[in-house]
Design a binder for this molecule. Structure first.
Ligand code: NAD
Length: 300
């Protein structure tokens, strides 16, 4: 194995330290404590774990954390009322509605009810549009975390060939926007792309955000490329015992690491960066709402 391992877990710790420093300054100098509200609907176990982790890390960084939990059968009008109340609450600077929502709720409608300046997930159409237009926006956390790791390792991304596999609104498309703004040459591949391995082989930067376990093989990777594996896939792990599972990425780590110059592991790569960037976005939102200087080390 030759690739350098990009330690997202360690870098996420660095981002949290930066967040804590900015929060301390905001509290001490301006009397403003950033606050993050998370809205959770239903009993989905994975969502409950995420929300618990988010709340814990928010408090550890010195911010206020507000959790709003509702039964799965909450009606749409009530949930919209909850979001509107948070929009108007001066103690709340970031609002996150944990997805997926139960089927009877219109996720787009709920997300687009969040005040754009408090939309720390960056999913509101105003933020999507602003990012696309190259204006100040709230940037979705997973692509922001991926981008921070790339910048930390590679510095100037200008002229780099970047291939992103996956065109989702939460990862693939915003990742493309960030890399375009950094003057990379961007290709977004997807399920209808022809000869994906040959396209990937051109990439100096290869971002896999597909949701297919270990799909990207070592012989798809250009020697020396930087590989960002966004995938989180739960697969059976009989070697650990009957009925056991493990988490793998969208890249076949062993073969990709033979060829790549650097690669993010799964777990321990992009996953921890996502929550760290949620905290970073909450500080950025607070600075913008209160007209304070925006921390340059928390955004792209
Ligand atoms: P998605 O299902 O919304 O999108 C997947 C994309 O992959 C689609 O655009 C589709 O066109 C493309 N695709 C599917 N099959 C393909 C194929 N055979 N060849 C080429 N492209 C193909 O998924 P998403 O929400 O973008 O998530 C992608 C992965 O990233 C998932 O594993 C998800 O769990 C993970 N994820 C991780 C984090 C994190 O914090 N690390 C956050 C979000 C998503």
């Amino acid at each position: 194995m030759s690739a350098e391992i990009i330690d997202g877990k360690a870098f996420a710790g660095t981002v949290r330290e930066r967040v804590s420093g900015h929060v301390k300054k905001m509290v001490e100098t301006h009397g403003v404590q950033p606050g993050l509200a998370v809205v959770l609907v239903g009993e989905d176990p994975a969502s409950q774990v995420y929300v618990r982790n988010k709340g814990k890390q928010t408090v550890e960084c010195g911010m206020a954390s507000f959790e709003h939990k509702y039964d799965a059968d909450i009606d749409e009008a009530t949930l919209i009322g909850v979001v509107e109340k948070l929009n108007a609450d001066p103690k709340v600077h970031g609002i996150l509605v944990q997805l997926p929502l139960p089927k009877h709720l219109n996720s787009d409608l709920i997300i687009n009810t969040i005040a754009p300046e408090k939309d720390v997930d960056g999913f509101h159409v105003v933020n999507v549009g602003r990012l696309g237009a190259g204006l100040k926006a709230m940037v979705p956390c997973t692509p922001l975390g991926s981008y921070m790791l790339l910048k930390d390792r590679m510095g100037d991304l200008s002229g780099q060939n970047a291939v992103i596999i996956g065109r989702s609104n939460i990862v693939g498309k915003p990742m493309g926007q960030l890399l375009l703004q950094a003057n990379a040459t961007v290709t977004i591949a997807h399920s209808r792309t022809k000869d994906l391995p040959a396209i990937c082989k051109q990439a100096d930067i290869l971002v896999a955000a597909v949701g297919r376990p270990e799909m990207v093989k070592g012989d798809w990777v250009k020697p020396g490329a930087t590989v960002i594996d966004v995938g989180i896939n739960r697969v059976p792990a009989p070697e650990k015992g009957e009925g056991k599972h493990k988490i793998v990425g969208d890249c076949d780590y062993a073969s990709c690491a033979e060829v790549a110059g650097a690669i993010t592991p799964v777990p321990g790569g992009i996953g921890p960066m996502t929550i760290a960037c949620l905290l970073a976005n909450t500080v950025t939102a607070t600075a913008r709402i209160h007209g304070l200087e925006e921390p340059a080390d928390l955004t792209f």
